[in-house]
Design a protein around this ligand. Structure first.
Ligand SMILES: Cc1cc2nc3c(=O)[nH]c(=O)nc-3n(C[C@H](O)[C@H](O)[C@H](O)COP(=O)(O)OP(=O)(O)OC[C@H]3O[C@@H](n4cnc5c(N)ncnc54)[C@H](O)[C@@H]3O)c2cc1C
Length: 406
């Protein structure tokens, strides 16, 4: 933190010999968005207290892709090299038809050259551990602490926990995910929007030689209203997912998930069957996929939203986590640009809502394209994508993955 000469302003205090801003944030949620925000706030002198209602913070057993725009933020947070060491770079991204015919090969190398970084795939648990390890000892992380309510006065916001305790701060940040309590308190209950498909996700260990080398250790295969994708996530592990068109709320019991996936993808190209076979049924996650209608504002005077709490999106562009990271950086910049919290939150919203709304909408459009059921439209889509020039694809994706926070 830069300090002027002479008498220090009362904006600062000294703790353990370090000058700190006398400003405090409570972050609700220790997911990707909450942890990134905590890292950036503490780096710029804020006191931070994080609450999470979970019993432990192990991270769900699935992989996450970190596109260049996410890597740019992670670089600023000082964790990009840890991600590179623990994850696996996306060398090649191929899209096939369900029976193994190439539809398109995404120009990952050209994009990596253009942006100075590849995309990386990493286990969510590993990502969360890397982020948690970056928290300073002064930053308190409380688990089993569930926010039930908050109240705001002119100078403070007070958070109320289910365990009966309360905590005060200058600002409260709702990074509490798709079912955000903070969002509900601010704007009332609002319905989720079902995507029309459900997802099964798993992780397995495979010997590398099971895979076709020409696919660079992963691919996505598209069928009629169904998709399967898998990729290396490092240390001999592979992450896979399948998205299946189906009505919502059709719960697949844990022990039936593997059989169900094998049945749904019966006859699909190799090594899809081998990958599912190598996964324990217990380790297969099942979630219906939702987003929400974008909001036109996110904040009250001292409370705001971030990540999935603010703009949950369908996972078709692999951008939910990346957008939460961008939010974290921009929110911290805004909070540090003025002493007026309300003004800072307004500035944050103005910078972030247009971009995240565009990503929410584009993720929905992409979902319609990849989950097509009509065989004629599906054929036309594949032909169109086979003819798509590389440069056009790169240009179309640039605003999403090439976005560099300043
Ligand atoms: C199938 C699928 C695949 C995806 N793939 C990708 C991908 O490849 N790349 C990508 O960038 N994104 C991806 N995403 C999106 C990404 O996972 C999310 O956008 C991201 O995890 C959101 O992070 P968050 O911090 O906002 O919320 P979360 O990670 O959901 O964290 C919210 C936290 O808040 C806590 N919490 C909730 N309520 C309370 C409360 N009342 N009090 C205290 N704590 C509370 C929860 O316990 C949780 O720990 C994918 C999503 C899905 C569903």
């Amino acid at each position: 933190m830069q300090q002027g000469k002479g008498k220090r302003s009362s904006k600062y205090s000294v703790e353990n010999g370090v000058f700190q801003l006398n400003k405090k944030a409570i972050i609700i949620g220790a997911g990707i968005g909450g942890l990134c925000t905590a890292i950036e706030l503490q780096r710029t002198g804020w006191k931070v207290s994080i609450w999470d209602k979970a019993n432990s913070l192990t991270g769900l057993g699935a992989g996450i892709v970190l596109a260049p725009n996410a890597m740019f933020v992670l670089e600023k947070l000082g964790v990009a090299n840890d991600i590179r060491n623990h994850g696996s770079k996306v060398d090649k991204a191929v899209i096939l038809s369900w029976d193994g015919k190439e539809i398109m090969c995404l120009p990952t190398d050209i994009q990596a050259q253009k942006y100075g970084t590849h995309s990386y795939l990493i286990h969510r648990g590993a990502l969360q551990t890397i982020l948690r390890n970056k928290l300073k000892k002064e930053t308190s992380l409380h688990i089993q602490k569930e926010l039930l309510q908050f109240s705001e006065s002119e100078h403070k916001v007070t958070a109320f926990s289910k365990d009966g305790s309360t905590e005060e701060a200058d600002v409260l940040i709702g990074a509490d995910g798709l079912h955000s309590k903070v969002r509900e308190i601010l704007f009332g209950p609002q319905p989720l929007r079902y995507s029309g498909y459900t997802a099964l996700r798993g992780i397995c260990t495979l010997k590398d030689n099971v895979l076709m080398d020409e696919h660079g250790g992963g691919f996505e295969a598209w069928g009629k209203g169904k998709r399967f994708g898998f990729t290396k996530i490092g240390k001999g592990k592979y992450f896979w997912f399948t998205a299946i068109n189906t009505p919502e709320n059709k719960e697949i019991p844990k022990l039936e998930r593997k059989t169900k996936a094998l049945h749904l993808l019966n006859g699909w190209c190799d090594p899809i069957n081998a990958i599912i076979q190598a996964t324990h049924s217990d380790d297969i996650l099942h979630h219906d996929i939702f987003d929400r209608t974008p909001l036109t504002y996110w904040s009250s005077n001292r409370v705001t939203l971030l990540g999935d709490a603010a703009h949950p999106m369908l996972p078709n562009l692999g951008q939910g986590g990346a957008q939460a990271m961008e939010d974290a950086f921009v929110l911290t910049q805004s909070l540090n640009s003025t002493t007026d919290i309300t003004k800072a939150l307004k500035e944050y919203e103005e910078k972030r809502i247009p971009r995240t709304t565009k990503v929410v909408k584009q993720s929905r459009r992409m979902g319609r394209l990849v989950q097509i059921e009509n065989p004629l439209i599906l054929q036309a889509r594949n032909t169109m994508l086979r003819r798509l020039p590389t440069k056009l694809f790169i240009d179309r994706m640039h605003w999403v993955v090439g976005y560099k926070i300043k």
